[in-house]
Write a protein that binds this ligand. Structure first.
Ligand code: SOE
Length: 380
């Protein structure tokens, strides 16, 4: 890459785990230079975070709710903005920067309603700007290989999809624990109407869709809250039906005591089945119907998609940060391709974008509609 892209960041300031992940991911492949930030809704914290990151204080956009400063970002020659705010600010912040002609890399979920998400997709198209969504897990090499295997027909016709995402960090009432993410992800005014559903339910949805190339046509949901007094869901499950006749189960829970970040996917077709576990991301389990199970790793596959999404030789584990960095790298490849009027590497197009985000919001709205109708089957 002949020059690093100039990046601003909105949100993700002090104490934000995912803010640090975005900054490390942007730095790992040296594609970006973080030059400015509006890192908090509190100007004092914003200034302290900017100083901590050695950002030019004259380029601190202060209160990130003041979107008028997006023009300042354009004047600063910012190529792309990373949005790492609570969910309710994704749409207003992204809208301001897209209108200023600036590309967007935004944390999931895309927005707090399908209508907001569809408006963002239309704006990004009209402004011809990239809108990347950081669905981390599609950045893993072995996830991209799983997608290739299914696309090549190695599993045959898909019959059953099982995706579960289990955590336990919200198993107790932590809203007032000082955990920054717990504070806003359990507040419907900041997170939107979907708690666990919007946070990790969309990850589960997107991983199953990314790997299988299929999205359910209907679902029957149980959207539940275990912790008394909690104002958003903390456990969701759904039965899925696909247009090709396949069936599926999706579970996302943040009260699953003993589980840390257990995202597991199983896909079963007429010819073979596969299993992926996010907590062991350097391997993929593949079993032909009636055959032996094989542990696939980067050193034992011929996969352009996996090769593109890796940095160090097989046997040297890559993890969550590298998967996140892959999304930033793919975004940079696409932005530079547009700026230089050259084609982006095909593998970089596996990046999840605003359209994936809209599909995730459609899933959320179907889940909430089914729940409102006592678990009735609804279209997605
Ligand atoms: C909390 O559930 C969380 O930090 C999510 O918000 C991230 O998207 C996920 O990658 C890890 O867990």
């Amino acid at each position: 890459m002949n020059r690093r892209l100039r990046m601003g960041m909105v949100g993700g300031g002090q104490g934000a785990f995912i803010g640090a992940v975005h900054r490390l991911a942007a730095r790992l492949d040296d594609c970006y230079e973080l030059v400015a930030g509006a890192l908090s809704s509190d100007p004092t914290r914003a200034a302290a975070s900017a100083a901590e990151l050695r950002l030019d204080p004259t380029r601190s956009y202060g209160d990130y709710r003041d979107m008028a400063r997006a023009e300042a970002a354009r004047a600063d020659g910012i190529d792309v903005v990373a949005i790492v705010t609570p969910n309710h600010l994704h749409a207003p912040v992204a809208t301001a920067f897209l209108e200023a002609g600036i590309h967007v890399i935004c944390d999931k979920p895309l927005a707090v309603s399908l209508a907001e998400g569809q408006a963002l997709a239309a704006l990004a198209r009209r402004k011809q700007r990239l809108f990347a969504l950081t669905h981390t897990y599609s950045g893993y090499p072995m996830v991209r290989h799983a997608r290739e295997l299914i696309a090549r027909g190695e599993l045959g016709d898909i019959r059953y999809v099982h995706v579960e995402y289990l955590q336990d960090w919200l198993a107790s009432p932590v809203e007032q624990s000082g955990n920054k993410q717990a504070g806003w992800r359990t507040d419907p005014a900041l997170a939107g109407p979907a708690g666990c559903l919007g946070d990790i339910g969309t990850h589960a949805w997107q991983l199953a869709a990314f790997v299988t190339g299929l999205t359910p046509s209907e679902l029957a949901a149980d959207v539940h809250t275990f912790v008394p007094g909690r104002r958003v869901d903390d456990h969701v499950q759904a039965m899925l039906r696909y247009a090709n006749g396949a069936r599926g189960l999706l579970v996302a829970s943040q009260i699953a005591s003993g589980e840390e970040n257990a995202l597991n996917l199983r896909v079963h077709g007429t010819r073979a089945g596969l299993r992926f576990s996010q907590e062991s991301p350097n391997e993929l389990w593949f079993t032909p119907q009636g055959g032996e199970t094989t542990r696939l790793t980067r050193g034992r596959i011929d996969s352009p998609a996996a090769a593109h999404a890796t940095r160090i030789p097989p046997g040297h584990p890559e993890g969550y940060l590298e998967a996140f960095a892959q999304l930033y790298r793919d975004a940079a490849l696409q932005i530079v391709a547009q700026q230089t009027n050259t084609p982006a590497p095909p593998e970089s197009l596996m990046l999840t974008t605003v359209d994936d985000g809209v599909a995730g919001l459609r899933f959320i709205e179907a889940m909430l509609e089914s729940q409102a109708r006592q678990g009735a089957w609804v279209g997605v």
